[in-house]
Design a protein around this ligand. Structure first.
Ligand SMILES: *Cc1c(COP(=O)(O)O)cnc(C)c1O
Length: 395
């Protein structure tokens, strides 16, 4: 494998870093493309720093793969993509204060209309160009969106002077569930949305692009005819939760690994404690190592004292004591030949350290685990494709 790109190369791979495998991203995209209709496009959800994967590097690769529709959560994320040369459509999925409408226009971003009142506010602004927008419809999630049954309000939005409606969408709130009542609820959401679409269509409204599925909406309701699927988590090659069953199963490969280094090795005796709070007591003599990553990097403190594993020298080692802000300790009694500087993998493509496993160990979903990876981490991207190889950086 070759490193293609790195931020801050002089410090890269020094302490704790995220390694992004672009081959796996490419693989996952081709898996998603296998199950969507020919005329349906992927809208790549790259909010929250592409779920901790690095939004610029991920978006650049996606552009290369022919994806030119992106979704972010905030105005700042959209601007950041533009400033880093990301072309194509960028939809802001969340609310943006209308104080910044000029900025949305300047960076050619598309704003979600969060409800009728928001649209009305836009219609009163004095702006030089129409604001590109997708209209969000609330069909039961009750987060943002104009209510599906407010047909006359929705029609009015289409006619407002300052707004160019390029799309209309909703969001499914239990598309990941295989419980019968949840399936009924989702079907009801889908019906509400398509009935609205039909009514608007009949009256000749230019609907624009239609979309409603995120990752699980796609995996469980792949039959829906739409212009976009808004995929986030599955592009990154993982499931939100290891226990979710889906109608369609994709062969996904995780894109991200979290790595750090061994910084110190010592022997301790029976009766010695390890870490803050004296929570770990050695009941025999042991060899332990310190690793240069902690909860401030996004490795949850909640994993402390749960016998969770990391991977080093081709073996699993157990995390012992409380995880500190910047460091943690592991038991290496049974691992030979470990030395300072060795690489430790904390999240990666192995069963006991998969993002799904680490997330469930800390009682959350992978979306949260990965999107909270800290800003202090270094980033490198790797690929087997010989494109921009620098021989110094062969892993
Ligand atoms: C975050 C988000 C998505 C992506 O969800 P995944 O489950 O990661 O695919 C899609 N649509 C909306 C509105 C979102 O907020």
């Amino acid at each position: 494998m070759f490193i293609t790109k790195e931020k801050n190369s002089y410090i890269c791979k020094n302490r704790a870093w995220v390694e992004i495998n672009l081959d796996n991203l490419e693989h996952n995209i081709s898996e998603i493309r296998k199950i969507i209709y020919k005329d349906c496009k992927i809208m790549a959800v790259v909010k929250a720093n592409a779920y901790g994967h690095g939004m610029v590097e991920i978006s650049e690769k996606l552009l290369e793969l022919g994806i030119d529709d992106f979704a972010v959560a905030t105005l700042d994320e959209g601007i950041y993509l533009r400033k880093n040369g990301i072309t194509g459509n960028i939809l802001i999925l969340g609310y943006t204060s209308l104080k910044y409408v000029d900025v949305i226009l300047k960076y050619d971003l598309i704003q979600t209309i969060v409800d009728y009142d928001y649209a009305t506010e836009i219609s009163k602004l004095n702006i030089s160009r129409k604001l590109k927008a997708h209209l969000k419809i609330n069909t039961g999630m009750n987060r943002i969106g104009e209510d599906y049954n407010q047909l006359s309000n929705i029609q009015k939005i289409y006619k407002m002077d300052n707004i160019r409606v390029l799309g209309i969408f909703t969001h499914l709130s239990v598309a990941d569930s295989s419980r019968e009542d949840d399936i009924q609820f989702t079907k009801c959401q889908i019906d509400k949305f398509y009935n609205l679409i039909l009514a608007l269509k009949k009256q000749g409204y230019p609907l624009g692009k239609i979309h409603l599925q995120s990752s699980y909406g796609l995996l469980n309701y792949p039959e829906l005819r739409v212009d976009y699927v808004r995929t986030g988590i599955i592009m990154y090659g993982i499931h939100s939760d290891k226990n979710i069953q889906t109608k369609v199963k994709l062969d996904l490969k995780p894109v991200l690994s979290l790595k750090a280094r061994i910084t110190s090795i010592r022997n301790i005796q029976k009766g010695d404690f390890v870490g803050y709070g004296r929570t770990y007591l050695a009941n025999c003599s042991m060899r332990i190592a310190t690793v240069s990553v902690g909860y401030a990097d996004g490795y949850p403190r909640d994993l402390s004292l749960k016998r969770v594993k990391v991977f080093v020298r081709n073996q699993y080692a157990e995390v012992i004591g409380r995880i500190c802000m910047d460091q943690l300790m592991i038991d290496i009694s049974n691992i030979e030949n470990i030395k300072v500087g060795d690489i430790v993998t904390l999240i990666g493509n192995r069963k006991l350290i998969s993002a799904e496993r680490v997330a469930s160990n800390s009682k959350t979903i992978t979306n949260e685990l990965l999107s909270r990876l800290g800003s202090r981490l270094e980033y490198i991207t790797i690929t087997s494709k010989k494109k921009t190889i620098n021989k110094d950086y062969v892993v």
